[in-house]
Write a protein that binds this ligand. Structure first.
Ligand SMILES: Nc1ncnc2c1ncn2[C@@H]1O[C@H](COP(=O)(O)OP(=O)(O)OP(=O)(O)O)[C@@H](O)[C@H]1O
Ligand SMILES: [Mg+2]
Length: 223
């Protein structure tokens, strides 16, 4: 089976004169694996996720998604790839404050031109999975942080992405909400057969994934 994501000798420099943030990194993220990326602040976790999402391109080496080199795609194709194949979850949720819970979850499907009749059952199913079906018509701003992150996870999954990238998804939550959110994220990606890369500072969060990789000095250290 083609790995969901492959880094092949990837180096990333933001500035030619400085040390590479990622220095000749190679790995394969197996389909359906849940992987935690740990490392100090500034070690390059977000950089790695941005390259995986095709938001940014490497200075050298290749990033392959489903076996396709993202750098070979046009900007437009890369955007389409991100929309169709990748689900993103962020530390500060990035939900739209003037939309309802239901509209926030549906947004990626709506933007992609999916018919409402098709995405509505999916939105309902996901809201039920995260225990927030009864809040579907609420304003998103009424929800707590942990609830908002559960909604952000639904939004990331609404189009059934093969790859889910989460950058500190529990970083802004108290311990109890963090546990709930991480449980749901892991259960959902497992049920959907998606691959998860999750940057985290939390040893507790990392401990619940299938594998933990550490970024240190630009290199990726794996057990
Ligand atoms: N757009 C950018 N331009 C220049 N330097 C950048 C840029 N983005 C990140 N960096 C630098 O790259 C290094 C890695 O940053 P990155 O955000 O990937 O780290 P991180 O591991 O996600 O840190 P944190 O845990 O604080 O989120 C840092 O030294 C940062 O200053
Ligand atoms: Mg970061």
């Amino acid at each position: 089976m083609t790995p969901a994501l492959t880094f092949h000798h990837v180096t990333k420099r933001y500035d030619d004169t400085r040390r590479a943030v990622l220095d000749d990194i190679s790995f394969e993220a197996g389909a359906g694996r849940a992987i935690a990326i740990v490392g100090r602040s500034g070690s390059g976790k977000s950089t790695l996720l941005n390259l995986a999402a095709g938001i940014d391109v490497p200075s050298a080496g290749e990033v392959l998604a489903d076996g396709r080199d993202l750098a070979q795609l046009s900007e437009r194709e890369r955007t389409a790839f991100r929309r169709d194949r990748v689900g993103l979850v962020f530390q500060f949720f990035h939900l739209l404050p003037h939309l309802s819970v239901r509209e926030n979850v549906a947004l990626p499907a709506f933007i992609a031109g999916t018919a409402a009749a098709e995405f509505e059952p999916r939105v309902r199913e996901l809201l039920e999975r995260v225990g927030l079906a009864d809040r579907a018509d609420d304003d998103i701003a009424k929800l707590s942080g942990g609830e908002q992150q559960r909604i952000a996870i639904c939004r990331a999954l609404v189009r059934r992405p093969r790859l889910v990238l989460a950058d500190e998804p529990t970083g802004n939550l108290d311990d109890t909400s963090a546990t709930t959110v991480m449980d749901l994220l892991l259960a959902l990606v497992r049920d959907e057969g998606a691959t998860l890369l999750c940057a985290t500072h939390s040893a507790e969060t990392a401990g619940r994934t299938d594998e933990t990789w550490q970024l240190h000095g630009g290199r990726l250290e794996r057990p």
